[in-house]
Ligand binder design. Sequence first.
Ligand SMILES: Cc1ncc(C[n+]2csc(CCOP(=O)(O)OP(=O)(O)O)c2C)c(N)n1
Length: 186
Amino acid sequence: MKKEDTINALVLNNPNAYFVSTCGYISRDLYNIHDNERNFYMVGSMGMAAPIALGIAIDNPNIEVIILDGDGSLLMNMGFMTMIGESKQPNLNHVVLNNQVHESTGGQKTLPLQNICNVAKNLGYVNGKEINSLKNIPNIKKINGPNLFHIKVQEKDEPIGKRVHWTPQEIVERFQNSILKEREVT
Ligand SMILES: Cc1ncc(C[n+]2csc(CCOP(=O)(O)OP(=O)(O)O)c2C)c(N)n1
């Protein structure tokens, strides 16, 4: 599957979700496909989308939070999966887009994510699922988290889109505003 199609399907299936995306091309893809104030682009550090997302999910139990991770980024901070599993945070779900490389920095090979779905389950995630078709992209509103969705995607065969033009401060500000608006409604 193509990464762009996968991200697009995730956004379409989860129109009210809050996305926390890892750095590099994954954030750029999300930005170019569907820029939204509910997207938190973690434009700095690999491995930090998941901790930020867990904090947001705990503090805002009424919103659905999706981590958009890369395989390299997951590997960078894999120990954090234990905290997600232990949290049993029902409004948090973890999507790993696995292209088997660090695509954003030139395509250096990553180490394989061996049996990552079973790893997630053993660490306390409700479930770990391999997704092999766009038809099976989840609607997370219908399921109790935390779940891990492992999606193998192709390396890019087309040029990457524009960089996220928002500054980190702007990303935080508009994200916080969107959560405040949500709190007024609910
Ligand atoms: C801690 C840290 N180390 C290195 C980098 C530089 N860097 C940015 S994106 C990236 C590759 C990320 O790989 P992956 O998560 O697999 O996503 P992909 O680029 O394949 O979409 C690297 C090495 C960084 N941002 N943070």
